[in-house]
Design a binder for this molecule. Structure first.
Ligand code: GLY
Length: 259
């Protein structure tokens, strides 16, 4: 998905006020609570792979800017010209933001607007190991050096085999104030289902902070939770050889899933 311009991650990431891509990603392993995250990455196509390398090969949890890029070079990740990550849609979105934008609008894919959403993935294997990864370009028109929720563990990403896993999208400044991913985890720990916990925390954040978000959740038993307070969020999950997916409120489509 970091290669697909219809997602706000990798190629097609939204642009900062200087017209640059600055990407962020995090990944967490629910078995041992190991994490890896990077922020302010400009010249690599797959920040999530660098975040994974931080998890496996670094004594640190979060590397940023020059340090993240030095680490990626040391681990032999190929560089790309930063301008090769910029899509026409992202340029249009920044122009639109500069003409009429208010920082904080988090809707995706509205009619002809070029808005795109953060990418998140939550998975559980047959041994009950939960893993969560989230990758983003942040928000269109962000300040140079702005860091959002995605690389911050507990805000954009959380995984714990004892409870479940969560990945979030939406207004980063609100999500990180509310520690949205970890809020959902704590509600599940307190007995709510994945779906109830996701809805409660997302609506709680929106009610308190007046900005929108969405989250995808799996419980340790593989139950799915999904909720968004924005008008739209592209989501999909695979269970029992079926793929369930949607983007608008109350939309749930189902197809057979062929691997
Ligand atoms: N949720 C993406 C961001 O605000 O950076």
């Amino acid at each position: 998905m970091e290669k697909d311009e219809y997602f706000n991650a990798g190629y097609g990431s939204v642009l900062n006020l200087r017209g640059e891509v600055e990407m962020e990603a995090s990944i967490m392993c629910g078995q041992n609570l190991n994490v890896g995250a990077v922020t302010l990455v400009k010249k690599f196509l797959h920040p999530i792979s660098i975040a994974h390398k931080v998890l496996t090969d670094s004594p640190h949890s979060l590397l940023g800017a020059e340090g993240a890029e030095l680490f990626a070079l040391e681990k032999e990740f190929p560089t790309v010209p930063p301008e090769s990550l910029i899509s026409e849609n992202a340029k249009k979105a920044l122009e639109d933001f500069l003409q009429h934008g208010v920082f904080g609008r988090t809707e995706i894919g509205i009619e002809n607007k070029a808005d795109v959403g953060t990418v998140g993935a939550v998975a559980i294997d047959e041994n009950g190991n939960v893993a969560v990864a989230t990758s983003t370009g942040g928000m269109s028109g962000k300040a140079v050096g702005r860091i959002g929720d995605t690389p911050q563990i507990g805000s954009g990403t959380y995984a714990d085999n004892h409870i479940g896993g969560v990945s979030t999208t939406g207004h980063g400044e609100s999500i990180l104030k509310y520690c949205l991913a970890h809020s959902i985890i704590k509600l599940m720990e307190g007995g709510l289902s994945a779906d109830e916990a996701t809805k409660t925390a997302v609506e709680g954040m929106t009610s308190r902070l007046k900005n929108t978000a969405g989250a995808i959740t799996l419980s340790k038993d593989g139950d799915v939770g999904m909720h968004f307070s924005s008008n739209r969020m592209a989501w999909a999950y695979i269970k029992s050889n079926k793929i369930f997916y949607g983007i608008n409120k109350d939309q749930e489509l189902v197809d057979d899933y062929v691997n």
